[in-house]
Design a protein around this ligand. Structure first.
Ligand code: FE
Length: 210
């Protein structure tokens, strides 16, 4: 049997499973719900906590999975180990899965289309500085770029550098500027993308225009 596209093939598979009594809608719903709860908001909340709480930052760096579970519970990683990589003034970390397109989905969300592309996977390991530049991320020459290739055993998340001028921000406001691209390492948090706490709108406006 031939199918015109992936959707037709998926629906045919579903119908075949239903016909054999093997299709459990509850399981499918639970899996879908799981996927929907796996968003970069989870990783962003973890990063924001690390920025605000030095003790948590230490725990996140030494035992990422356990620490992440303090903030977003539960974080299902399957059999993976998780490692948080901290960007500094001297080192910039960036992630790739050269084999396919793995991410720690429960913290970073679904992999973007560009992350799955052959071009990204091949070029990032060969010319990371050039690839980051194409994402609009121009790093100083003296910043070392570390490319981390995700394996079947170990996944990573990047802790971006906290932007200056955000010292008075709430944890929630800080989380709002940490995107999926930041967690992968192809972007840095943009202070202008902040979602403000309403009661602090005035003072934040002052920070942004300082
Ligand atoms: Fe993969």
């Amino acid at each position: 049997m031939y199918f015109n596209n992936e959707k037709e093939r998926t629906l045919a598979l579903r119908d075949a499973l239903l016909a054999k009594g093997l299709h459990a809608q509850a399981e499918v719903d639970a899996t879908e719900q799981g996927f929907e709860s796996w968003t970069p908001d989870n990783g962003a909340a973890v990063v924001a906590r690390a920025w605000c709480d030095p003790d948590f930052r230490e725990r996140l760096l030494s035992n990422t999975l356990a620490a992440a579970n303090e903030v977003v519970q539960p974080v299902p990683f399957g059999d993976w180990d998780a490692v948080a990589l901290e960007n500094t003034h001297k080192v910039h970390n960036v992630l790739v899965c050269t084999l396919c397109s793995c991410t720690i989905k429960s913290l970073i969300g679904q992999p973007p289309v560009w992350y799955k592309s052959l071009a990204y996977r091949a070029r990032l390991v060969r010319e990371p500085r050039a690839v980051l530049r194409e994402f609009g991320l121009e790093l100083d020459r003296d910043v070392e770029i570390k490319v981390w290739d995700i394996t079947a055993e170990t996944g990573y998340m990047v802790i971006p550098q906290r932007p200056s001028g955000t010292e008075a921000w709430s944890e929630r406001e800080l989380a709002s500027i940490v995107t999926k691209k930041c967690l992968i390492g192809v972007a840095q948090p943009d202070v202008h993308s902040v979602v403000r706490d309403e009661r602090r709108a005035t003072s934040l406006s002052e920070v942004q225009h300082a």
